[in-house]
Design a protein around this ligand. Sequence first.
Ligand SMILES: Cc1cc2nc3c(=O)[nH]c(=O)nc-3n(C[C@H](O)[C@H](O)[C@H](O)COP(=O)(O)O)c2cc1C
Length: 361
Amino acid sequence: MPFSPFRLKNLSLKNRIVRSATYEKRADVDGFATDYLASLYKDLAKGGSGLIISGCALVHISGRILPQMICIHNDHYTDRLKKITEAVHRYPAKIFIQLVHGGRQCHPEMLGGEAPLAPSAVHDPSTGITPNEMTNEQIWEIIESFVYAARRAIEAGFDGIQLHGAHGYLISSFISPHTNRRDDYWGGDEVRRFHFLEEVYKSIRNEIGEEYPIAIKMNSSDFVNGGLEINESARIARQLQILGFDAIEVSGGMYEAGHKTSQTGISTPDQEAYFRQAAAEFKKELFIPVILAGGIRSFSVMQDIIKKGYSDLVSLSRPLIREPNLPNKMMEGKQKADCISCNGCMRFKKLDIVRCTQIEH
Ligand SMILES: Cc1cc2nc3c(=O)[nH]c(=O)nc-3n(C[C@H](O)[C@H](O)[C@H](O)COP(=O)(O)O)c2cc1C
C-alpha cells in the first residue's frame, strides 16, 4: 500500500511516501540553489520517494530562520531553483516547494540585529527574544511576498506549493492563541486568527490559478499552555479544505515546546508515527489527502497507518537524511529505517551541512 500510486489533485504520485520538508544547509551563503543541493534532490528522487517537499524556502528577508536556507524572496533566485526541479524530474517523482516566513522564531543574528516580526509581542522563553508586533502594512507586505514566491516557484518548475503553517513560524503563530493576542482583523478569536492564512492562500491561488496543488503543513497541537490544541486544529483543517487547500500534512510543536516535532528515542513501532491519533482526528473532518509526519520508521507501520486510515500518505525527514534511497530499499524488502532518531542531524550550528552524524562522511 505505501507503494500504491496516489492522485493528489492533478498529480499522479507513484507511491505514498513523501519526503517531509527538511532544511539542508546546502544553498550558498546568499541562499541560491547549488549543484550540491540539486544532487541531494536527485538522490531523493532516484531513491524512490513519490513526492518530495523542499527544505523551507524564504519568502521575505524579515523571516530568515537559518544560514544557507533556500531563498526565493526575489526574482534572482528563480533560475537557479530550476537546478532542483530538473534534477527531480529526471525521475518519476514530484516536488513541492515549502514556503516559510520564520516570524517570532527568527534569531536577530539572522536579521542583521533586528527583532523578529510576529502577530504579537509575546516573549519566547526558548530563544529569550521578544518579537515586534506587526503593523497592518507589514502584514500585507508579507502576504504579498508569499504570492511572489509562489509565482517564482511555479516558474522554476515546482509541481506545487506547501505553506509552512506549523512549528511556531509566522503562519502558525497567527493561528495559535498563545502567540496571537491581537484584537483586530488578524486576531481576537478563532475566525480572526485564521485570516492571515486565508489571505495568503486566496492571494496565491489568485496568482497561480486552479491547476497547481497548494498544500499546508500544520500543527495538530502546539504543546504549550494556551496554544493550539487538537479540537481547534481539526476545525481549522476543515476550514482549509473549504478554502481550497489540496492536502494537509499533520505535525506539531514549536520551539517553546521542546522536542515535540522531531522526537527522539523512537525504537518500537508504538513509538513511531507519534501524531497518528491527531491525523485520525483530521481525517474525520476531511476528504482531501492527509499526510502524516513524525517518527515513521518501519514499513509495517506505514502499511498500518494507511490501511487503518490514519492518513493517506506518510512523510519522513530524518530517515531520508541517512538513507535517501530508503523507499527503494523498502520496495526490495527492507523493513526498517537505519535512523535512530538521535537528532544529530539537527545540530545545525555545528554541522557544515545537514547530515546523519551516525555515519562517516
Ligand atoms: C534536519 C531537519 C530539518 C528540518 N527542516 C524542516 C523544514 O524545513 N520544514 C519543516 O516543515 N519541517 C522541518 N523539519 C521537521 C521534519 O520535516 C519532520 O516534521 C520531523 O522531523 C518529524 O519527522 P521524522 O521523524 O521523519 O524526522 C526538519 C527536521 C530535521 C531533522
